[in-house]
Design a binder for this molecule. Structure first.
Ligand code: NIG
Ligand code: FE
Length: 401
């Protein structure tokens, strides 16, 4: 049963970067892409359905490769404090920040967490996101990390999206382990992670490598465990200070290192050699009023793939639109619209290890795509927020939004 999608232009992202075909067509077969090319080259075939896309520009479904979209409560009060001049680190040191979301998340039931997360994630879906990564990290003990990860699996069953679950138990020190951070890392490595993995709840492992969270030595201990479990690695690194976490991540062949404002040239080189993706998070940069920029020229010069993501979380980036993040990424980090589109499609797919199935429109890949009612692909990056008219196709089927 082949469907022909015609009367469109396609930004395919094939060959790992922005590329496009005007006056194009696509053929899908079940959940996959059977053929993509110029309409004039369309092979003759029997199609069960022919869909007119009315001159739309088609892109791969957007991929939000770094979110903390499952959490209890929110931190709008803390936001007000920060506007009065109290820093993120000061709020964390006085028991607020991540710790306050941990308290709210522990109190919430699975049903409550699912209901609140679905509202947020639906707005990303309506914005064109068909693949999302979601981290745990507000439970910080076995039962509550498990609760978060189970909710993430339920999101995958509820929404027409591909969902990847990342275990971020090493996000912050739970109160039970005050002044015993090595013991908490041992607990994650010996108990929590192996059990959660065995239950099929974990697709990747992440940690927060920062002076107010975990040291590179502690992160390395966790990476060794992840490696022994055959789990891919990601890392929050160089967000507030330079600890060399991104070089460490590269040494362990991490899929991505994320944030990176304080990374050095040596970190960039290490990531380039390892093929580790740099995930930049303009929402957190903006929301924390950061002034130190990631080393953009150096990242480009060394050929490191750059992805962009919402970092949707209650403390540093309550971002409900990936398109808005694309505009901010382009404006703040001087990415061209073409680089920005690659950053939320093929490069974001690499950041999740999904590059062989997602992130570009090529024969054999999953048929996740957006048909945008726009004149030119740069409009996807240009408009600030709002609802850009579109049709969303997931696994070869149009979904109603
Ligand atoms: O990606 N940096 C650490 N983790 C999140 C923030 C989490 C929070 O403040 O709740 C981030 O910015
Ligand atoms: Fe994050």
């Amino acid at each position: 049963m082949k469907k022909l999608w015609k009367n469109c232009h396609i930004a395919t992202m094939q060959d790992g970067q922005y590329s496009s075909i005007e006056h194009a067509a696509m053929v899908t077969s079940g959940q996959h892409i059977h053929w993509v090319g110029a309409l004039k080259d369309l092979p003759a075939d029997d199609y069960s359905e022919i869909i007119d896309l009315n001159g739309a520009w088609v892109t791969p479904g957007l991929i939000d490769c770094h979110t903390h979209s499952v959490f209890g409560g929110n931190r709008s009060i803390e936001f007000e404090k920060r506007l009065q001049g109290v820093s993120y680190a000061e709020i964390a040191a006085s028991g607020g920040g991540i710790a306050s979301t941990v308290r709210a998340t522990r109190q919430a039931s699975e049903e409550q967490l699912l209901a609140s997360a679905l509202k947020r994630i639906r707005s990303l879906l309506k914005d064109g996101v068909t693949t999302i990564e979601i981290k745990s990290g507000y439970g910080l003990d076995y039962a509550n990390e498990r609760k978060m990860l189970r909710v993430i699996r339920q999101i995958a069953e509820t929404l027409p999206m591909t969902v990847r679950a990342t275990c971020l138990a090493a996000h912050a020190l739970p109160p039970e382990y005050q002044d015993r951070s090595d013991a908490y890392i041992e607990h994650i490595c010996n108990e929590m992670l192996p059990k959660l993995h065995q239950e099929g709840l974990v697709d990747a492992v992440d940690a927060f490598c920062e002076y107010l969270a975990f040291s590179p030595a502690q992160v390395e201990r966790l990476f060794k465990t992840a490696q022994s479990l055959n789990l891919p690695i990601k890392l929050h690194a160089e967000q507030l200070s330079s600890l060399g976490g991104s070089s460490l991540a590269a040494r362990y062949q991490a899929l991505s290192a994320d944030h990176l404002e304080f990374m050095t040239e040596d970190d960039v080189k290490a990531m380039a050699v390892a093929g580790t993706v740099a995930v930049l998070l303009p929402g957190a940069f903006y929301f924390l009023r950061e002034t130190k920029y990631p080393p953009l020229d150096s990242l480009h010069q060394h050929g490191v793939r750059i992805a962009l993501s919402s970092d949707l979380n209650p403390g540093t980036s309550p971002a409900l639109s990936l398109r808005l993040m694309m505009n901010m990424g382009s404006t703040l980090f001087r990415l061209t619209p073409e680089q920005t589109l690659a950053a939320v499609t093929i490069h974001a797919a690499h950041a999740l290890g999904l590059q062989s199935t997602h992130g570009s429109l090529e024969q054999g890949k999953v048929a996740d795509f957006i048909a945008w009612d726009i004149e030119h692909p740069s409009e996807i990056v240009y408009w600030l927020g709002g609802d850009l008219p579109k049709r969303i196709i997931q696994h070869g089927t149009e979904i109603s939004i």
